[in-house]
Design a protein around this ligand. Structure first.
Ligand SMILES: [Fe+2]
Length: 152
């Protein structure tokens, strides 16, 4: 009898976790949609803030369909962003054709790098646009310049 009660309680707990997980993801996606995203406004003469916050995406120019390849994201594209206990890059996401496909989260500043490494594969032939979005805990969210990859 006791065992049956525990199984029921466990199932209810799992259902609750699943519900909360989905609700949390929806809430997070809504937050993403509302955020102000900064971009590189003056490519010939970027500001110091832009040099330190606009991410740079590095990946092969062409890849084979279905094969894993590495993507590196550096923040920023000209000057490395600091990593201090009170000022750091707390999130770097990778976007493919404008959609978020992967993300790295740095929970603590000072010991985490302003770089992210992803490994992805593309399963369709054609051209793909990759971009990165980085978030600084003090200076907001920043979008990289796009790069284009040929998948053959
Ligand atoms: Fe910053």
């Amino acid at each position: 009898m006791e065992r049956r009660r525990l199984i029921k309680a466990g199932a209810a707990g799992a259902a609750l976790l699943l519900t909360q997980g989905v609700a949390g993801a929806d809430s997070y996606n809504k937050t993403l949609a509302k955020r102000k995203i900064n971009t590189l406004t003056n490519k010939k003469n970027p500001s110091v803030l832009e040099k330190k916050h606009v991410p740079l995406v590095e990946a092969p120019k062409s890849v084979k369909k279905g094969q894993w390849f590495k993507v590196r994201v550096k923040v920023g594209f000209m000057i490395e962003h600091p990593s201090k206990p009170d000022h750091w890059i707390d999130r770097i996401e990778l976007q493919m054709n404008g959609k978020r496909v992967s993300e790295m989260v740095n929970v603590v500043g000072g010991i985490t790098s302003p770089n992210a490494y992803f490994e992805i594969r593309l399963n369709r032939s054609g051209d793909v646009k990759l971009e990165a979005v980085a978030n600084c805990n003090l200076h907001g969210t920043w979008l990289s310049e796009p790069i284009h990859i040929r998948v053959a």
